[in-house]
Design a protein around this ligand. Structure first.
Ligand SMILES: Nc1ncnc2c1ncn2[C@@H]1O[C@H](COP(=O)(O)OP(=O)(O)O)[C@@H](O)[C@H]1O
Ligand SMILES: [Mg+2]
Length: 259
């Protein structure tokens, strides 16, 4: 597979964006890809899921706000990665775009602008795939914000709840306005057949794709509680769902290549 992918992970709060971002990033590394993961949460914790540890995750310096990335901008992609990215123990390179340390420190739009600029660059000299773990909500898909304006594909994270699916439905509309037409739907924390059926029905009612189902898994939840990455041999049902997600993403990239 020659194409690079710029993937935005989006959805309602608590549906599993950070968890899935970390697993997807690791699965891509497992397929021999260089992966850059960008944490855009103002309360960043993707580092924990990638095995970086609490202290190093805390110490990770966010990229400068409102910067223009590129040869004619403030910093090239290579410089940005040299200065602000760390290689995590699972082989994923991590960058933090936002951190709110002080009360009243102002809005985070500048951090989002930097991510937008980064994604607008050709990244293939530095990384194969870029995964942006988005802050909850859909504000940053709006035309004015447009953090993900240059993303190739969105992963719509959902749980079996109508609110999560309506959020995904709204996201598809906003993404289309930004010119992003590729959306892969992922149902997460699906407990049983009944939950799966309910999820399928709601998705079809709201016109939301459902491509991958990740089961509810206590080993995954426990690893997260301990602040550790999920073992490669733990929770095979979860890893198998993530593999399916990688296949779906690669397939949609191939169908639409070359970009
Ligand atoms: N498939 C799953 N099975 C069990 N627990 C999960 C699963 N996916 C996520 N979780 C748990 O749900 C919580 C929210 O997940 P997180 O990835 O932080 O969501 P988000 O980033 O969307 O806010 C975490 O405690 C996580 O461990
Ligand atoms: Mg999160």
């Amino acid at each position: 597979m020659g194409t690079t992918m710029k993937i935005g992970i989006v959805g309602k709060g608590g549906v599993g964006k950070t968890t899935t971002s970390s697993l997807l990033a690791r699965a891509l590394v497992g397929r021999g890809r260089r992966v850059l993961a960008v944490d855009t949460d103002s309360n960043p914790n993707l580092g924990l899921s990638l095995g970086l540890g609490a202290e190093a995750t805390e110490a990770l310096e966010p990229i400068p706000r409102s910067m223009v990335v590129g040869r004619r901008g403030d910093m090239t992609v290579a410089e940005l990665m040299d200065d602000f990215a760390v290689l995590t123990p699972e082989g994923v390179t991590l960058m933090s775009a936002l951190r709110v340390d002080e009360a009243g420190a102002g809005c985070t739009c500048g951090g989002h602008a930097s991510v937008r600029s980064l994604l607008g660059e050709a990244l293939h000299s530095e990384t194969d795939d870029t995964i942006v773990d988005m802050e909850a909500g859909i504000e940053h898909l709006s035309r004015s914000g447009g953090t993900l304006a240059h993303a190739d594909v969105l992963v719509l994270m959902m749980e079996p709840s109508r609110k999560a699916i309506i959020t995904a439905q709204r996201t598809i509309g906003l993404a289309a306005d930004l010119g992003i037409t590729r959306c892969v739907g992922v149902g997460n924390r699906v407990d049983d057949e009944e939950a799966r059926r309910a999820l399928e029905e709601m998705c079809s009612e709201h016109g939301v794709p459902l491509d991958v189902i990740i089961p509810s898994n206590s080993t995954l939840a426990e690893a997260d509680r301990r602040g550790q990455p999920l073992g490669r041999d733990a929770a095979p049902e979860v890893w198998s769902a993530i593999d399916t997600l990688v296949d779906r993403l690669e397939l949609s990239a191939e169908v639409l290549a070359p970009r």
